[in-house]
Design a protein around this ligand. Structure first.
Ligand SMILES: N[C@@H](CCC(=O)N[C@@H](CS)C(=O)NCC(=O)O)C(=O)O
Length: 206
């Protein structure tokens, strides 16, 4: 494992999971390093040297450190898995649009809703539900007649939206009204070497 990249993560973090998911799907040799968010390991040295923002995930690839889940997806795709990030201007721009959706409405919608139910975060559940609906309405409409978010194969766009979308019901955000989204999640889950994120029971802080 000496050439393995190191993914510093927490098992219940969807931002971490998307990195772990790409590494698995693309067959990138990697090692998972658990960071204990409950004891505040992410707010202390030595983790703060890796990511001064004090958040997981963080990636170590030899001397190179990359932080922010979407930045890590781009780095890994460019370096090890070029098929996962198209490089024509239009398709790459499309991918970027979904990375923004993942960092915007998906983080503030379904991910925030799950922070409330699973971790007891003091956030506005109504606002999170409203934003989740906006994100999922956009995805559902975009997926009409499409198998994947961008182009004709899975890309880091699908990976970036997967974790918090699949786990939205843990935040009491239902996917019942979104058959296209559920079909996309199923296609991702059917890919070779797919790895899921640990389920949580609502109301039980992990
Ligand atoms: N924009 C960052 C967000 C990462 C993030 O919010 N990580 C959460 C876990 S899912 C975290 O470390 N939270 C701890 C904290 O903010 O104190 C990314 O995409 O990596």
């Amino acid at each position: 494992m000496s050439n393995a990249i190191r993914i510093h993560r927490h098992a219940l973090s969807g931002h971490s999971h998307r990195v772990e998911l790409l590494a698995n799907l693309a067959g990138i040799n990697h090692e998972l390093v658990d960071v204990d968010l409950l004891t505040g390991e992410h707010k202390k040295e030595p983790f703060l040297k890796l990511n001064p923002a004090g958040k997981v995930p963080a990636l170590e690839d030899g001397e190179t450190v990359v932080t922010d889940s979407n930045a890590i997806l781009v780095y890994l795709a460019r370096k090890y898995a070029p098929d996962w990030l198209p490089n024509t201007p239009v398709l790459e721009a499309e991918v970027q649009k979904f990375l923004s959706l993942a960092a915007g409405e998906i983080a503030n919608g379904p991910a925030a809703a799950r922070l409330i139910t699973v971790f007891g975060a003091e956030l506005d559940a109504e606002r999170a539900g409203f934003i989740a609906k906006s994100a999922f309405d956009q995805l559902e409409q975009h997926l009409d007649g499409r198998e994947w978010l961008v182009g004709d194969r899975p890309t880091i766009a699908d990976v970036a939206i997967y974790s918090y979308t699949a786990h939205a019901p843990e935040g009491n955000v239902s996917l019942d009204a979104y058959p296209n989204i559920r079909a996309l999640l199923g296609r991702i889950e059917a890919l070779p070497d797919f790895v899921g994120m640990q389920e949580t029971k609502v109301g039980l802080a992990a």
